[in-house]
Design a protein around this ligand. Sequence first.
Ligand SMILES: Nc1nc2c(ncn2[C@@H]2O[C@H](COP(=O)(O)OP(=O)(O)OP(=O)(O)O)[C@@H](O)[C@H]2O)c(=O)[nH]1
Length: 379
Amino acid sequence: MLSLLGLFLVKGRPAAGQDLPTAAPTGEEVPPGAAEDSEAEGSDTLVADRPEVEAEDAVAEPETAEPELETPEPVGTRLARLRARLVKSNNIFGKSLLALLSQDKIDDDVWDEIEETLLTADLGADSTFELVETLRERVKVEGSKDPERVKALLREELIKLVDPEFDRKLNVDTPGRPSVVLVVGVNGVGKTTTVGKLARVMVAEDKDVILGAADTFRAAAAEQLTTWGSRVGVPTISSDVEGADPASVAFEAVDKAVEDEYDVVMVDTAGRLQNKANLMDELGKVKRVIEKKSEVDEVLLVLDATTGQNGLNQAKVFSEVVDVTGIVLTKLDGTARGGIVVAIQKQLGVPVKLIGLGEGPDDLAPFETESFVDALLEE
Ligand SMILES: Nc1nc2c(ncn2[C@@H]2O[C@H](COP(=O)(O)OP(=O)(O)OP(=O)(O)O)[C@@H](O)[C@H]2O)c(=O)[nH]1
């Protein structure tokens, strides 16, 4: 079956001499994305079940050191680093909101400005009006003008809006079979990058992960995913036929995961606009075909936070087609529009589970209500 479809399993642990990008030391690490495409072009990275070279066969070969696998950043430093980044990108929002609430006299004009600030942060009209109403009422009832107290009230109300009751844990613990994660979204939102980052998080948790490159439109997309995986020893199933049926690739990846008892299989899909009916049908088919082999445990919709309310339309249509179970909000490092979290959750009834905070390989964090709100309100 594998050979019929022209599918490739690229070994996670690279064969000797295979050209892998090296790890940048720290800080601005280079993701295996667009920047590296030119380098990857023409390189022979797809290897079909390349047989291991026997030790005695290798004697004539010049010695080449096996490239080192990267070690994903430990969870502690990763989260502290990303939290600081979230605070930085929302600095304007937090600062202006707290300045407004610290005024001696919080009159109608100040409340209007508060409303405007919340709207600018993409909280959405309904939630903004609701929040301001509640806050006005509480400030009036308490009669407190102490900025610290007002800040505490705002924090409480924001936490309620973001909703601490949601179960935000990824459903990737399914004893006895691999957990299946399908990743969907429009073009360029960060799907492949997210799959790559998430694979690293799982590797750090000692999970055996395999990837499926069901983005068969762009040859570079499979290469990009394969590179992400091979940096941390994670294999990728892909097709050598451009435009191959994405459902077949997805099926083969899940089939392989079941056969070889992986813990998690993550399937990356091609970007598609939600208003292209044929492409949305194709996505529905990808999911249905996977389901012939296994349950799908997580359908992650990746949304770009910088596109604001536009993400809401995408969320609605994708959810109708593939029953989204979690949102990944990317590019929160470049925007002070964190309020979109509230709007999306409200519209879909589905929690934001992960946030992307940069292009680096370890720039992905689980979404935590309280620390998110605290980061928004930090001065
Ligand atoms: N600043 C920032 N950039 C990000 C983040 N996530 C992804 N990107 C960048 O967004 C760009 C697109 O990412 P991809 O992962 O290729 O997006 P995609 O959704 O797979 O794209 P298509 O397959 O073309 O639909 C890349 O340059 C990524 O580095 C993030 O959290 N922050």
